[in-house]
Design a protein around this ligand. Sequence first.
Ligand SMILES: [Fe+2]
Length: 268
Amino acid sequence: MDISTLNSNYYELCQKFNLSDPNILRKFTHGLDTASCCFSLASSKFFDKNDREFIYAVGLLHDIGRMIQWKRFASFSDTKTKPHEILGVEFLQNNKFMQEKWIERFFKTKKEQNLAIKLIEHHTNEYDGKDKLMNKFMPILRDGDNYANLKYTATGLQRLWLKNDGVTPSVLAKFRLRQNLHGTTLHTKLDRILQFLSRTYAITHNILKRDLLARKYINTIYDVYHKFLTQEDDELLYKECWNLKRELAQEVQKHDEVKKLAESGIIS
Ligand SMILES: [Fe+2]
């Protein structure tokens, strides 16, 4: 389905929610940002038109459950309400108020609809990894999602919502081991900033890692949030950001060297 039809369907769907509410509007733009990043990634991997448009549509819809969560519970907590992935797939497959299900407005074939549902349902949690098509599209969806989140965080508009100073040792340990901080219990402002930054090391595509460095997203995130910290926490954050950038740069450099060697035929 072409991008302009997908965009107008998405806008029509989102109008079912209150787009003048900043929390809904933020999720609306997050869908667009994720979709556009997924499309660029799919293009960089030479996916055909159909596949590019497919992952664009999944990017648009992946967090639609967040709008339902906010509308129904006025909360974005997956533990205190219902997981947004489940709310999203239930909504997309529901045809209570119309002849057609929303999922059918975005994907023409049953095969695409089923795959899109499976991707949305598992975009933040584990899946068995046995399905070839899931393995083809999931890294793109996850990277698109993480990149769109980092882009938003770098605007400085992300809420810290915690007031305590210091850092929780288990959060810092997980961060240093480059583990997923999504769903981890946070206690302090610095914990929250580390959670923002943890999206950088979740990114798998070299092209995005390079882009993150070129756009100085880590520097910007440091610049906009460090002023809320004590001097001691600020120093710790600065050090962690520096290590993160160094590590990313090393990964990009290593990837480029391996690619060069492969192109020259030295390794295959
Ligand atoms: Fe998302």
